[in-house]
Design a protein around this ligand. Structure first.
Ligand SMILES: Cc1ncc(COP(=O)(O)O)c(C=O)c1O
Length: 510
């Protein structure tokens, strides 16, 4: 049927045209057959990719950490159009492996010491593949009750580790702590402020808190002047005396303090705020107390280190990224609330199209958080925990904390290295400070050391800024990292640092 050169007169005619065209061209039987064939073909291919990933992981230590795609590859991807007729799927898959998956940063590499990146458990990978293959919709309980039960079980277990007890503990798995921290602030706002008071609400967090907290507050409508950053002490922990001072000052000015966010493992240094003291202040002033445990909540598993999280039991909510220290595939983060009614109050909607599929006995995840359609994120964590057990995971956490202490030990053996932040949560910051260079020159030197070690392909270490000065930061939470990896990395850093310092001194003399 040709519609060329002829404008359909009214929408009904368009539909008629399409129907006629469809009935002539579309063969359902053939379509079903080709979908089945497609699955079979892809399953076979998937095996090839998985074998490849296993192979890569078995010799990951020898691989360069970052093989950047060439400009040509990027240009090719950017200029590839979307075809009218589909092309060979195996070719598409192979192109993706070559141009995308295998030309990216190997954040799972044992000498990748940046971000908060860890090794991935094979059980998480298996759970993730299962989740994707089955493609369950876990927006509500009824769509996949088993997945709902797993999520509920895990949320209660995670809450229990933090000392949240009782029947009201609840939460939801989200893509990451950015979403979890933001959702916590929605609950905090709604539980502590009347809508007419939103414009005068104030939230407090330390100057070391992760940017997602501030971003979340801005996304949900708070102005910058409603987000107060409390200075930290020499150990990068929130100054609780200054928190109290700020709350009193704001109250006197007629503002409405409603939330305080403590950090259980800051991104910069792994520092842990004085959680108990912050809890006392929150209670005294009636503030919602949220803890960003994205990074550090995993220490709750360790009988040795869980004491560092003391005070978390007094919070109203906390976030926990299991794709950080618990070896999970992205994205697997939990928001846990001591009283889930606060989440239900903020996130429940009753649209007519969900009336028949909402659960009358269980909480639907779409009522506990901002998402509706969502994957069964908790399954990969369940798979890992069941297959690994908590003892081994706790040992892994303790081992990786120890690795940061090895960094400190190795630095101490060599001249000119200054530890800027002591190891905490497997993170340490340090600087090379030979005599005779100015602070500005030392900043340049620090950046150069980072660039050079990254350029070497041997280890990946980037800088951050602490107290206004650049420092090198190493996060050692990858359980595949060995003492040898650390010793060799520090030795190479030392060599690079001495060479770069000489270049800067020579340039100054010239
Ligand atoms: C302490 C902390 N909070 C929040 C986040 C944000 O988490 P996500 O990247 O999962 O959104 C991070 C990320 O590194 C973090 O370290």
């Amino acid at each position: 049927m040709k519609t060329k050169n002829r404008q359909p007169a009214y929408p009904g005619e368009i539909a008629k045209d399409a129907l006629e065209k469809g009935s002539q061209m579309f063969d359902w039987f053939e379509f079903d057959e080709s979908v089945r064939k497609g699955f079979e073909e892809q399953a076979e291919q998937l095996n090839v990719y998985i074998e490849r990933v296993i192979e890569t992981n078995s010799h990951i230590r020898e691989l360069p950490i970052y093989e950047k795609p060439s400009q040509q590859t990027i240009d090719k991807i950017l200029s590839t159009g979307i075809p009218e007729e589909g092309r060979d799927s195996l070719a598409v898959g192979n192109e993706l492996v070559k141009d995308v998956f295998e030309q990216a940063m190997l954040t799972q590499h044992p000498r990748f010491f940046s971000f908060v990146a860890s090794a991935v458990s094979p059980y998480s990978l298996a759970g993730c593949i299962l989740t994707d293959v089955y493609n369950l919709h876990v927006g509500g309980w009824e769509q996949a009750p088993g997945a709902g039960a797993i999520e509920e079980n895990l949320v209660k277990w995670m809450g229990g580790l933090a000392g949240y007890t009782g029947p009201d503990v609840g939460g939801v798995f989200l893509s990451g702590a950015s979403m979890a921290n933001m959702s916590a602030m929605v609950a905090a706002r709604d539980s502590r402020l009347a809508p007419e008071d939103f414009p005068s609400g104030v939230a407090y967090l330390s100057d070391q808190a992760h940017s997602s907290n501030e971003k979340g507050l801005r996304i949900i409508g708070f102005r910058q002047d409603q987000i107060v950053k409390i200075p930290t002490d020499d150990s990068f922990k929130m100054r609780v005396d200054l928190l109290e001072e700020a709350i009193r000052r704001d109250k006197q000015a007629g503002k409405r303090p409603f939330a305080v966010i403590g950090s259980l493992g800051t991104t910069n240094t792994g520092s842990i705020d004085p959680l108990e003291e912050i809890g006392r202040v929150a209670q005294e002033h009636g503030l919602w107390y949220h803890i960003d445990g994205a990074f550090g909540a995993s220490i709750l598993l360790s009988p040795i280190y869980r004491v560092l999280a003391k005070g978390i039991e007094a919070s109203d909510s906390f976030s926990w990224d299991t794709h950080k220290w618990l070896m999970q595939v992205y994205s697997c983060s939990a928001l846990i609330a001591k009283d889930k009614k606060n989440l239900l109050n903020s996130f429940t909607e009753h649209p007519e199209y969900l009336a028949d599929v909402s659960s009358s006995e269980h909480n639907d995840a779409w009522d506990l958080g901002p998402e509706m359609s969502r994957p069964a994120r908790a399954i990969k964590l369940w798979y890992t925990l069941q297959a690994t057990g908590t003892t081994l995971l706790a040992e892994m956490i303790e081992y990786t904390i120890y690795n940061a202490k090895i960094v400190k030990r190795e630095l101490a053996k060599r001249p000119n290295w200054r530890v800027v932040s002591d190891p905490s949560c497997g993170t340490i910051n340090f600087r090379y400070e030979p005599e005779g260079l100015s602070d500005e020159e030392l900043d340049v030197l620090t950046s150069r050391i980072s660039q050079e070690i990254i350029g070497s392909g041997f280890a990946f270490i980037v800088t951050t800024t602490l107290m206004g000065r650049k420092t090198l930061r190493m996060c050692t939470i990858n359980a595949n990292t060995t003492e040898g990896d650390i010793v060799q990395t520090i030795s190479l850093l030392d060599e690079i640092a001495a060479g770069e310092a000489q270049k800067i001194s020579a340039a100054r003399r010239a």
